[in-house]
Design a binder for this molecule. Structure first.
Ligand code: FAD
Ligand code: MLT
Ligand code: ZN
Length: 511
């Protein structure tokens, strides 16, 4: 039986732990602003087109730097005067070496689609954009191993390997803008982690430039390599705090011969768990995604034109929806398995679903996916989003969404008072809930109602405050809810080894 919202046990974070973490960061290093002299030096490394600066003589206007200074959700804003766009690893090395000597803080930036304020400056740090490092270095079609510059857009890599009958192991709604270096640096999860696993498994190697300019060549294409500590793992999910990832070697799975998807409408969230069990059992090796959106998320996706709305009788009485995708080797076999599953589900004495809508062609396949992938876009069009990306037991998904809504109601903040919606969606197969609160504006009273409440709930469930988006600037204070003191202390020590002056993305991940 599911616990109700009121039964969630909330423990306060021990005061000692909070104090210790603050103490560790109580002496923030002082950084220098970029000066005209620095620009003169960068001009010896980069062509004029690769230097955007508002410092006189300006090569860019303040509005041209806006996109580099503002994050995707419109919550974090920096005041950087300078963006550098190197083309080669050697140029990155020379830039970092100079910044390190001059105590200039650096924010590596990929597609700037990150959702935790990690990719934009907090003050006037220099932005190092990887956008011009966008070449595929090699692809081995037999082994399926791709080596690419960090600035390659995820979608362009998907397109690159497609004619070789391979796919990228990671897929996410931001694929048209995010870069592989950004994906690796955030350890992005995405829509098919259930099938292809995390980047900690599929990334075989990285090339990284350390703050002092050292080029760390970990760009192996070996599947097996047990030669001591696996250093590359430290950069997967480091969010630009240890160095700049300049290239990635990654294992691409063979493309499935056939993919199908279906949206299932459920009368109650309580049915999601038994449904997941049944779907896994029935589809076994061909299951490639099991994604969840609640009714509010569905309504917002439809309202903002993400995918085609289902018929009214298909959504009637539905509390939530699950998107199931299959990817396999033989179309008839997979279709038969999926239809059998639907038949079983609908003919059960107590059906877990009200109805299922099966895509009949590629356009419908994309449209059903858009209802799920488009929730992020829809939420951002609807208002200002407080985004919580948490790992918790699947059984608690709904109670956490409902509990949050109830708390905001009790605080008098719901609906006509600032908060418009509380919704849940995410990657059921990975135990990852995206809890979003959509408001008219970012307001301190909403923030105070949500935090530390949500983090305490996560801690009480032994969950994670960041399942896949990372810590960035948004959750540095929340790290102790998911990591113990010994782990955080070690993280500070590791940071010091790689970045003794602390110039790499200061204020992100660690306070
Ligand atoms: P950025 O946003 O530019 O940077 C993210 C972080 O990585 C920053 O800390 C930055 O400093 C660092 N960084 C970037 N490039 C480098 C580099 N080369 N070297 C060192 N550090 C670097 N995330 C998921 O996990 N799963 C999802 O399903 C998902 N869906 C999304 C859908 C939408 C519509 C959007 C807008 C975002 C989504 N995200 C998702 C969040 C985001 O993490 C990913 O979009 C992506 O991995 C970020 O890549 P990026 O190139 O945009 O990186
Ligand atoms: C998703 O799963 O859609 C992404 O992680 C983005 C989001 O949380 O909105
Ligand atoms: Zn996600």
């Amino acid at each position: 039986m599911l616990a109700t919202a009121s039964t969630v046990v909330v423990r306060r974070l021990p005061t000692r732990l909070r104090w210790t973490t603050r103490l560790a960061s109580s002496t923030p290093p002082k950084f220098n602003s970029v000066t005209k002299e620095d620009i003169a030096h960068f001009s010896k490394i980069l062509p004029p087109t690769s230097i955007l600066t508002t410092l006189e003589p300006a090569s860019a206007s303040p509005s041209e730097l806006e996109i580099f200074n503002n994050d995707w959700i419109g919550r974090f804003k920096g005041q950087s005067t300078t963006v550098l766009k190197p083309k080669t690893t050697e140029q990155v090395s020379q830039i970092l070496k100079w910044c390190n000597e001059r105590y200039i803080a650096v924010v590596p930036q990929g597609g700037n689609t990150g959702l935790v304020g990690g990719s934009v400056p907090l003050h006037d740090e220099l932005v190092l954009s990887l956008a011009n490092m966008n070449k595929v270095r090699s692809f081995d079609p037999v082994a399926g191993i791709l080596v690419a510059d960090a600035g390659c857009i995820l979608q362009s890599l998907t397109d690159y390997v497609a004619p070789h009958n391979h796919i990228m192991p990671v897929d996410l709604g931001a694929k048209g803008s995010c870069q592989i270096g950004g994906n690796v640096s955030t350890n992005a999860g995405g829509l098919r982690l259930l099938r292809y696993g995390s980047l900690h498994g599929t990334v075989l190697g990285v090339e990284v430039v350390l703050p002092d300019g050292t080029i760390l060549d970990q760009l192996t294409t070996l599947r097996k390599d047990n030669t001591g500590y696996d250093l590359k793992q430290l950069f997967i999910g480091a969010e630009g705090t240890l160095g700049v990832v300049t290239a990635v070697s990654i294992l691409t799975p063979p493309a499935p011969q056939a993919s199908n998807n279906v949206i299932l409408a459920l009368p109650s969230f309580n049915n999601v768990q038994p449904l997941f069990r049944q779907v896994k059992h029935h589809l076994s090796e061909i299951l490639s995604a099991f994604e969840f959106i609640d009714r509010t998320a569905y309504d917002l996706a439809v309202k903002h034109g993400q995918g085609r709305a289902l018929e009214s009788d298909e959504v009637e009485g539905a509390e939530c929806f699950v998107l199931v995708e299959t990817s396999g080797g033989r179309r008839e076999h997979d279709e038969e398995k999926l239809s059998d599953l639907l038949e079983d589900l609908l003919s059960a004495e107590q059906p877990l679903i009200n109805t299922g809508v099966l895509a009949q062609n590629p356009a419908q396949f994309s449209s059903l996916w858009a209802l799920r992938e488009g929730v992020t876009e829809a939420v951002s069009k609807e208002g200002k989003a407080y985004k919580y990306d948490i790992s918790i037991p699947l059984a608690s998904f709904q109670e956490v969404v409902d509990g949050t809504r109830e708390r905001l109601r009790q605080k008098g903040l719901l609906h006509d008072k600032a908060v418009k919606h509380v919704l849940g969606y995410g990657h059921v197969g990975d135990g990852n809930l995206h809890l979003n609160i959509v408001a008219d504006a970012f307001l301190p009273e909403i923030q105070d109602a949500l935090e530390p409440y949500i983090y305490e709930v996560v801690q009480s469930l032994r969950g994670s405050v960041s399942a896949e988006h990372g810590i960035g600037a948004m959750k540095t204070h929340a790290l102790p809810y998911s990591k113990d003191k010994a782990s955080i202390d070690l993280m500070y020590k590791i940071k010091k080894v790689f970045d003794p002056k602390g110039i790499m993305n200061p204020g992100k991940v660690l306070e």
